[in-house]
Design a protein around this ligand. Structure first.
Ligand SMILES: [Zn+2]
Ligand SMILES: [Zn+2]
Ligand SMILES: [Zn+2]
Length: 255
């Protein structure tokens, strides 16, 4: 299974428009972060987790020529805004894209993308099949077994996903023991780390490190990063060897 980080930035991305901080002015490419999303290529399926505002550019950059499914974590705009750009797969590959989301996220998709679900459909609409995910209830995409894992984004439940020994969680602030038990034993963990200062709905760097150490994965990669976290290079120097900052375009092989 191959993982590609399509984006690793928080909702505004990095650089932030009009910001002149050292991170936003950095010439290190790893300090340029599009909105958070990953691509998962398994032996039989191509899956993305979230389709944010940068989705089109991310798929072009990584030359993604196929897509089977989109897994949504939650309905915030930085995670769903790019859904229309699945249309080339509808047109060119004649595929209807399978979309996996909780009931609540489906309600939001029906509100934000009302035209996809309209009774009278006009030509050229995105074509999707909705599938309902529930916390802890495994489902299959092709040969792949996927476990949805609920974590809390302040008061909003978010869905993380585990496939085999790989677990991907973004936008978490608190994680219950029940959810921890679903994550336990994972070898590669992706978890969000926004900044150093406390935040109501996101893990800080220290909170993410503490959670990573509790899970004890072989490798942990941090994502959904704000310009406030600091320069990629200087932040990473201070991290334990098995906890790294993800960056856009980073690829992992997971077995
Ligand atoms: Zn987010
Ligand atoms: Zn900045
Ligand atoms: Zn969010």
């Amino acid at each position: 299974m191959k993982i590609t980080f399509l984006g690793t930035g928080t909702s505004q991305g990095v650089p932030v428009i009009a910001c002149i901080c050292e991170v936003c002015r950095s010439t290190d490419k790893r300090d340029n972060r599009l909105r958070t999303s990953i691509l998962i290529e398994t032996e039989d399926k191509t899956i993305v987790v979230d389709s944010g505002p940068d989705f089109r550019y991310q798929l072009l950059r990584e030359k993604v020529n196929d897509l089977d499914a989109v897994l949504f974590t939650h309905e915030h705009k930085d995670h769903i805004a790019g859904l229309d750009d699945i249309r080339p797969f509808n047109y060119l590959l004649h595929k209807v894209i399978d979309v996996y989301a909780t009931e609540r996220v489906q309600t939001a998709l029906k509100r934000e993308f009302y035209y996809i679900f309209a009774e009278k459909k006009y030509h050229g609409l995105p074509q999707i099949n909705l599938h309902t995910v529930e916390n802890g209830k495994e489902f299959k995409i092709g040969v792949n077994t996927i476990t949805p894992i609920e974590v809390m984004h302040h008061l909003l439940p978010i869905t993380g996903y585990r496939i085999g020994d790989f677990t991907y969680i973004t936008d978490a602030k608190t994680i219950s023991e029940d959810s921890f038990n679903l994550i336990k034993g994972t070898k590669i963990l992706v978890i969000n780390a926004l900044q150093n200062e406390s935040h109501i709905s996101h893990f800080t760097l220290n909170e993410a490190i503490a959670f990573a150490q509790k899970v004890g994965a072989e490798m942990t990669y941090l994502t959904h990063i704000s310009h406030n976290l600091g320069l990629h290079n200087s932040v990473e120097e201070k991290l334990p060897a098995n906890i790294r900052l993800a960056f856009d375009g980073l690829k992992l092989n997971v077995y």
